[in-house]
Design a protein around this ligand. Structure first.
Ligand SMILES: Nc1nc2c(ncn2[C@@H]2O[C@H](COP(=O)(O)OP(=O)(O)OP(=O)(O)O)[C@@H](O)[C@H]2O)c(=O)[nH]1
Ligand SMILES: [K+]
Ligand SMILES: [Mg+2]
Length: 452
């Protein structure tokens, strides 16, 4: 595999000022002379004519960069060609490269996979890089760059080192037993394990904020038909995303928009109006819509329950039930209309936090955005530690580590305690990819695009 030289367009396809083709592998340097007149100095951008290796016809004038191994992104010989960003130029260069012996197109994530194989990046840094490319908001970008720079890797590495030292200490005790210890493990070893357990626990107990920042914070808009849910979605998104009409039951499918609140990613979902079954007219479709609404609301991080403050109706039981199940806010809409009915609604909803708005005129929308922003920042914002668990796989490995540490404290013999510490070290090592991670690699690199 790694004997092949791989190439790919590393910038987005289509028309652009510049397109970058990356080439990596043993034979990367063979294009010098075959496709250019000369070989550039390492790491010095050089303007060169690029031509077809078979007939010498000119493809483009490009800037070429030469990174001889091991000082390159992949750790192999790497060439970067900065071409004019046109489709025909890129296609011409790609088909010319295909003519060189042992050159083949790269697979998705293959450059990064080679960088990992050559110890240029560990797994958490690879994940950070993947997150950086996927980052859509400022907070996501900052988190990704910290992980790519190795902050998580250093935290895990530090724990692993402490653990290895404790293990060495324990092994010394096993080899040179101290009669006073009475066959147990020493206080020193116990103490180290307890400290490690508490540090790992602190990081696990993070409200999943680092993971949520990757995925985005989800808010579901729920409530009875015609309350103005779709109107609210449009007002928050500042564009006409969802259909608004005075017909009850207009929205059937979930309609989602992405918002950026103070740099934090939010997915806002509009849902079908919830009402009692006998009222639902066009039953099958509407029932399916309501089912989807319910599922969405249950999975959401936060719910906005919208009611028409001018409608003299009682809040429906479904919406009330969803509201009661945690993080939510009541939105009384249509504040531009007469609010004689508000007293009934407000008293029924008095146990909840209430904001009055008009999706139509925009009254109260800024205050609502402020309230939602505060919510998102409090849930995703990182006040204390700046480095954390960004993936379920990290969490699982840490839980396995803690289990092994707990077992070591209860082990009836120091030899068995040592075996548990050895296991704990392996679990930590899996996070950064220090030990047996073959099974994880395909999953991790699958998220990458070609050319990365
Ligand atoms: N006066 C007034 N009318 C509003 C306001 N918000 C929405 N409406 C009207 O209320 C009606 C229903 O609005 P929608 O946004 O479609 O309501 P919905 O909750 O999405 O309705 P369903 O999708 O059918 O459940 C439309 O005629 C809107 O123009 C508001 O703030 N003031
Ligand atoms: K409607
Ligand atoms: Mg609607």
């Amino acid at each position: 595999m790694a004997s092949d030289t791989i190439y790919a367009l590393s910038t987005a396809p289509g028309q652009a000022g510049v397109a970058v083709i990356r080439i990596s592998g043993r034979n990367a340097g063979t294009l010098w002379g075959k496709m250019t007149a000369r070989q550039p100095e390492p790491r010095i951008a050089t303007l060169l004519k690029l031509s077809d290796p078979t007939d010498g016809s000119e493809i483009d004038r490009c800037l070429a960069l030469w990174f001889p191994a091991p000082a390159s992104f992949t750790g192999e010989d790497v060439v970067e060609l900065h071409l004019h960003g046109g489709r025909a130029v890129v296609n011409g260069a790609i088909s010319a490269l295909a003519k060189l012996p042992e050159f083949r197109p790269a697979e998705a994530g293959e450059f990064t996979r080679r960088a990992f194989a050559n110890d240029k990046l560990d797994l958490t840094e690879v994940e950070g890089l993947s997150d950086l490319i996927a980052a859509e908001t400022e907070a996501q970008r900052k988190q990704a760059i910290r992980q790519m720079d190795g902050e998580l890797s250093r935290l895990i590495g530090n724990w692993r080192e402490k653990l290895i030292r404790t293990l060495a200490y324990l092994e010394a005790e096993i080899d040179f037993p101290d009669e006073e210890l009475d066959e147990g493990i020493s206080d020193q070893v116990k103490n180290n394990i307890l400290v490690l357990q508490s540090e790992i626990n602190q990081h696990l107990d993070d409200g999943h904020r680092f993971e949520r920042l990757r995925d985005g914070f989800s808010i579901a808009i729920i409530g009875p038909p015609n309350a103005g849910k779709s109107s609210l979605l449009n007002a928050l998104a500042r564009r006409e995303v969802a259909i608004v009409s005075d017909i009850a039951g207009t929205t059937r499918d979930i309609i989602e928009v992405h918002l950026d609140l103070a740099g934090y990613p939010v997915t806002l979902a509009d849902t079908a109006g919830l009402r009692e079954l006998e009222e639902a007219n066009d039953n099958n479709v509407e029932l399916e819509g309501m089912r989807r609404a319910r599922t969405k609301a249950e999975a959401a991080d936060f719910k906005l329950a919208v009611f028409d403050l001018a409608a003299s109706q009682k809040p429906d039981l479904e919406t009330l039930d969803l509201l009661k199940r945690g993080d939510s806010l009541v939105v009384l809409n249509k504040a531009d209309k007469s609010d004689q009915a508000i007293s009934t609604l407000a008293s029924e909803l008095s146990e909840f936090e209430i904001q009055k708005i008009s999706a139509k005129t925009g009254t109260g929308i800024d205050a609502l955005i402020k309230r939602l922003t505060d919510e998102v920042v409090s849930k995703l914002g990182t006040t204390g530690s700046s480095v954390g668990i960004t993936r379920e796989r990290h969490r699982k490995a840490l839980i396995d580590t803690l289990d092994a540490l707990s077992r070591s404290l209860l082990a009836p013999l120091p030899e068995l305690a040592a075996e548990d510490l050895r296991l704990a070290t392996r679990y930590l090592g899996r996070i950064t990819g220090k030990v047996d991670v073959e099974d994880l690699l395909d999953v991790i690199f699958r998220d990458f695009c070609i050319g990365k």
